[in-house]
Design a protein around this ligand. Structure first.
Ligand code: SF4
Length: 267
């Protein structure tokens, strides 16, 4: 079995969600504009590092999503998102704080780790390069609102960064956050992951896989009124037995558990 960070985080969010996705093959439809825009933007970024025309790549990639019946979040339109994307690429180029040597080798890097005779763990790291001159592992994020920076040190608790540091052995990690808002902004957030955090993450992986392999899939979404995580869960139609919600949000791909690592390519 090949495990990935996405798989692990789905289980930790709610084990029932994991069962819907990886055992029963239900998958969220790829029509969220924000997610597809993120993928298009990352392709444009990769082309920027290869010294190609990144605005043209963004236009092309985003145009190819236009026919997919996109679901926009409030206030977003196809044109508006394109415009924000081009402004962000311009700003990224002007600020010039990130360098990726050998971009064909150092972007979308597959990292694998053997867990046992039967299990592997795989991750796709966005990039390894330099931020303000410091070598680090980099993750790109596109969002419509700023990432919180307070209290200081918060980023070191980000489970995805801890996971990628555990996978790669790289202690310096960073998120470059492309914020789509009226005046676009880029946040450059860097932190250090300790040996202890990496060790604990390894234990978390081992413990979680043990629970998956013993078929523990009881639902526990961490419900806390009024922030009920089920209300934003794509699988809520399955848990409530409402076929209209299932049709709206999900498609079924039997046997999908063998393709779990592909989730890592969802930006
Ligand atoms: S709707 Fe709630 S209980 Fe059902 S899978 Fe999602 S988070 Fe879990």
């Amino acid at each position: 079995m090949t495990y990935s960070y996405t798989q692990l985080s789905q289980y930790l969010t709610c084990p029932r969600r994991y069962r819907h996705r990886y055992l029963d093959g239900w998958q969220e439809k790829d029509s969220r504009a924000s997610m597809l825009f993120g993928r298009a933007f990352e392709k444009a970024l990769a082309s920027y590092f290869r010294r190609e025309d990144s605005a043209a790549v963004l236009f092309q990639e985003w145009q190819s999503c236009q026919k997919q019946g996109l679901r926009y979040s409030s206030g977003d339109t196809w044109d508006r998102m394109l415009h924000q994307g081009i402004q962000l690429l311009d700003r990224f180029c002007q600020e010039d704080r990130v360098r990726i040597p050998h971009p064909r080798r150092n972007l979308q890097i597959k990292v694998s780790r053997k867990l046992s005779r039967n299990n592997d763990f795989v991750a796709y790291v966005d990039a390894i390069g330099r931020l303000d001159g410091t070598r680090c592992l980099l993750e790109w994020k596109t969002t419509s609102s700023r990432y919180p920076e307070e209290p200081a040190g918060l980023l070191a608790l980000d489970p995805q960064l801890v996971c990628y540091s555990w996978m790669s052995g790289i202690t310096e990690v960073a998120q470059v956050v492309f914020v789509r808002k009226r005046l676009v902004e880029i946040q450059y957030l860097r932190t250090t992951i300790t040996d202890e955090q990496r060790h604990e993450f390894g234990q978390l992986v081992e413990d979680t896989i043990g629970r998956i392999e013993s078929a523990q899939f009881l639902p526990h979404s961490g419900i806390r009124f009024p922030q009920n995580p089920c209300s934003t869960c794509p699988y809520v139609g399955l848990c409530l037995g409402k076929p209209e919600l299932v049709d709206r949000n999900l498609i079924r791909r039997p046997g999908a558990e063998n393709l779990a690592w592909l989730d890592e390519l969802n930006y």
